[in-house]
Design a protein around this ligand. Structure first.
Ligand SMILES: *[C@@H]1O[C@H](CO)[C@@H](O)[C@H](O)[C@H]1NC(C)=O
Length: 752
């Protein structure tokens, strides 16, 4: 594009001035210099998508020799003075004529950035727009500036949302909030998933452009489309089946849908984001814009998109299609795929990402990702995804140990496990296993039960009561600390057309979800604690304020309360029919002796069927948690101590390090420490510190060590002396350089 643009520096100065004046005067800054080439659109409200449109950008077409997906890199950086610590770097995309969902355009000059602001008031943005061969995948700064856009800055203001109810625009982004293992919206509401896993080829829908191969029309849901709902393409009927299906699911309490953007080479083979099933370098702009309208509608009716990035049979698709594979087995074609998806859909509030279905080991397809690939993919994706959305992974039932273990803790950016469990009765214990393993590794995962073995669930006509689904899977997962369930049906996994065939399954699940919300069960503060209820088959989820117990066969049981005093107990019938209110509500007093065990008595009726018991400590707050003052930061590894030294806990008997490098603030449980131990300070690699170490404990001199290794109680000819003074109180341990006085400080809480 050739155009008379002001010199860039001048344009920037004007924009900065306009932004500054807007702050000073409170006048809307729309009209800043950037607005002449960059148009802001949207409702300009917090948690509603904001578009920046470069309406007169470089003209391109999907099939251009100069590939518009690969040879341009448009990125916008958004900052808000209200959250100055946080900066959003958003990958942007080429949008053809800007309304391709409706026109089907394959060419045009509109380039777009989609962003969801999480603060009210002023936002500033800065644009980077570069061209050059393959620059889409290169780092910031590289490439030839695309004038007059590159370097433009501007600003806009957003007001409060005016949405309420299920609409996610009234709640904000759904994010991971460590150390919790449940997702939370920015408004403070926690999220428990009730999802539809089948059909896995949800997007294999013939009403989208370029989707004639789609197996789905969702004809039974056309009547669920409502006036005002999205339409696209030439015919108003194009959208009705799939939008109606979403409406139906929302109406029965389903709040998540599993969807794969590519099913080629897999089971259904009917979905891909490209202009043809094989061209991994060229994206179908109008098809993706139509997906975007559908996803926006999902946000409006309160349904999370569970975006599953590959299928087991195509997990190596990009590496096979692209000769440029790096040493991790990571192709540029995959990098482009991740970038395009994050750019086009990442702004959606209700979105969770899943690296892949049945990812991992040999499945007969010959396509296998390795540990090193998974780490490289996760690391790259987490670097692109700006909001801190969930990043989960699904694998085979028997491969969980092999695939998940190397990703635990801070060794990878994985934040969730999307479990497949072969035998339904194992759901409870396998969920607990990953809830515990991830917590023990220092970063609790969001664990969801997304696929169950065998034929999966069957229709209401086949299994009207869904007894096993409810007992083994739904309540097995909920009482294990799961962040939700999704229903998978092998028999209908590519062919499901009417979600009404499972109406009683949705209703059963919704009944459980309503108990959690209506009774304000603080599940985010509770963890699996089966030992709190007797009876081998009974399960309990417990926290300080509440206990949720499940008795698959009813009967009598005792519960061990978590604190003394008065508790209120009530019975809940998890089966359809009859009241969904708590029954037999009474107050019980935790006995002071006997470990606070109380007898529950028998269920109000149907004493041998499954029952839920909810116990609440009297006086416990039932208010929802307050919204966080700032949106959660994406999880990042806690930092180890600053300064010249790294500190370790050393077992003086085995001669091995048992903990470390220690964090700046750490709890050390005596029970987790060896009987005889010491603390060692190592010079950090690259540290220029010379001389020895002066150890201080609570500010008082403990010991000076001039010769390495530096141990807090000294060492002699290879024998390390145990530190016998380790106290049982908060203790500050400092390692100070005798040469420079620089220090590394650990605030340790010894729990004895
Ligand atoms: C919210 O505000 C937008 C304009 O920003 C308006 O179009 C819409 O009707 C409003 N919705 C409600 C529920 O008030």
């Amino acid at each position: 594009m050739v155009r008379g643009a002001p010199p860039m520096a001048a344009a920037s100065v004007v924009a900065v001035l306009a932004a500054y004046l807007a702050v000073v005067t409170g006048v809307s800054p729309t009209g800043a210099a950037a607005a002449s080439v960059i148009k802001t659109s949207g409702e300009m409200r917090r948690w509603h998508p904001v578009e920046l449109n470069l309406v007169d950008g470089p003209w391109a077409s999907e099939s251009d020799a100069n590939n518009p997906f690969l040879n341009f890199r448009l990125t916008a950086t958004f900052t808000s003075p209200a959250a100055s610590s946080r900066k959003y770097v958003i990958p942007c995309f080429w949008a053809a004529d800007g309304k391709a969902a409706h026109t089907g355009a394959t060419a045009g000059s509109v380039w777009r950035c989609l962003f969801t602001p999480d603060q009210t008031g002023m936002w500033r943005y800065a644009i980077e727009f570069k061209s050059g061969v393959g620059v889409a995948l290169k780092s910031s700064g590289t490439g030839t500036p695309v004038t007059p856009f590159d370097g433009q800055i501007g600003s806009f203001r957003v007001s409060l949302t005016n949405k309420t109810g299920r609409d996610f625009r009234g709640k904000g982004k759904l994010r991971v909030v460590p150390p919790k293992r449940h997702l939370r919206f920015d408004d403070g509401e926690f999220f428990m998933k009730h999802g539809a896993d089948s059909p896995e080829n949800f997007l294999g829908y013939r009403g989208f452009d370029g989707s004639a191969a789609g197996k789905h029309a969702y004809a039974p849901h056309v009547g669920d489309w409502r006036r005002g709902d999205p339409t696209w393409g030439k015919s108003a009927d194009n959208s009705k089946g799939i939008v109606g299906a979403v409406n139906y699911l929302a109406s029965v309490g389903v709040n998540a849908i599993y969807a794969m953007p590519m099913t080629i080479d897999g089971d259904a083979k009917d979905t891909w984001p490209w202009t043809s099933a094989r061209d991994v370098w060229r994206y179908d702009v109008s098809k993706l814009a139509q997906w975007g309208l559908l996803f926006d509608h999902m946000d409006a009716v309160g349904v999370v998109l569970h975006m599953v990035l590959s299928e087991t049979e195509n997990e190596e698709l990009f590496e096979r299609a692209d000769a440029q594979v790096d040493r991790h087995g990571f192709s540029d074609a995959r990098r482009l795929y991740y970038r395009e998806l994050v750019a086009r859909f990442g702004a959606k509030n209700g979105l969770v990402w899943n690296l892949g279905e049945e990812n991992g080991w040999a499945d007969g397809s010959g396509q296998v990702n390795t540990d090193s690939q998974r780490k490289a993919f996760l690391g790259h994706f987490a670097g692109l995804e700006p909001y801190g959305a969930l990043l989960a992974l699904h694998t085979f039932p028997a491969d969980k140990q092999r695939v998940y273990t190397p990703l635990l803790g801070w060794s990878s950016p994985l934040t969730g496990a999307s479990l497949q469990v072969a035998a339904w009765p194992n759901v409870h214990k396998e969920t607990i296993q990953w809830v515990h393993a991830s917590a023990a590794a220092g970063k609790p995962w969001v664990v969801s039960v997304d696929e169950i073995g065998g034929a999966g669930v069957l229709t209401d006509a086949e299994t009207p009561d869904h007894n096993r689904e409810r007992r083994d899977v739904l309540w097995g997962a909920l009482t294990a600390g799961a962040a939700g369930v999704e229903w998978y049906s092998q028999r209908y996994d590519q062919t499901l057309e009417s979600y009404r065939d499972f109406e009683r399954l949705w209703a059963t699940t919704d009944r459980a979800m309503r108990l959690l919300t209506d009774a304000r069960v603080p599940y985010w503060e509770m963890g699996p604690a089966d030992w709190r209820i007797d009876g081998k088959a009974n399960w309990a989820l417990a926290g300080k304020e509440a206990i949720l117990a499940y008795l698959p066969r009813g009967g009598r049981a005792r519960v061990w309360l978590t604190s003394p005093g008065a508790w209120t107990v009530g019975w809940f019938n998890p089966r359809l029919g009859g009241t969904a209110a708590l029954q037999g509500v009474r107050t019980i007093i935790a006995p002071t002796a006997g470990g606070r065990a109380v007898v529950l008595g028998t269920p109000p009726r149907d004493g041998n069927k499954d029952w839920v018991v909810l116990l609440r400590r009297n006086g416990a707050s039932t208010a929802p948690p307050p919204p966080p003052s700032q949106p959660a930061l994406p999880p990042s590894a806690p930092s180890t101590v600053d300064g010249p030294f790294a500190l370790y806990v050393f077992d003086t008997v085995t001669g091995k390090d048992v903990k470390g490098p220690l964090m700046a603030s750490v709890t050390l449980r005596r029970a987790d420490l060896p009987a005889w131990f010491s603390i060692r300070a190592d010079r950090r690699p690259g540290s220029s510190t010379i001389g020895g170490v002066r150890f201080l404990v609570n500010g008082a001199a403990e010991r000076v060590e001039m010769i390495e290794p530096f141990f807090i109680a000294g060492d002699f000819q290879g024998t390390v002396f145990p530190w016998t003074k380790s106290p049982c109180v908060p203790t500050t341990i400092e390692a100070v350089s005798t040469a420079s006085g620089d220090r590394s400080t650990v605030r340790a809480r010894f729990v004895c």
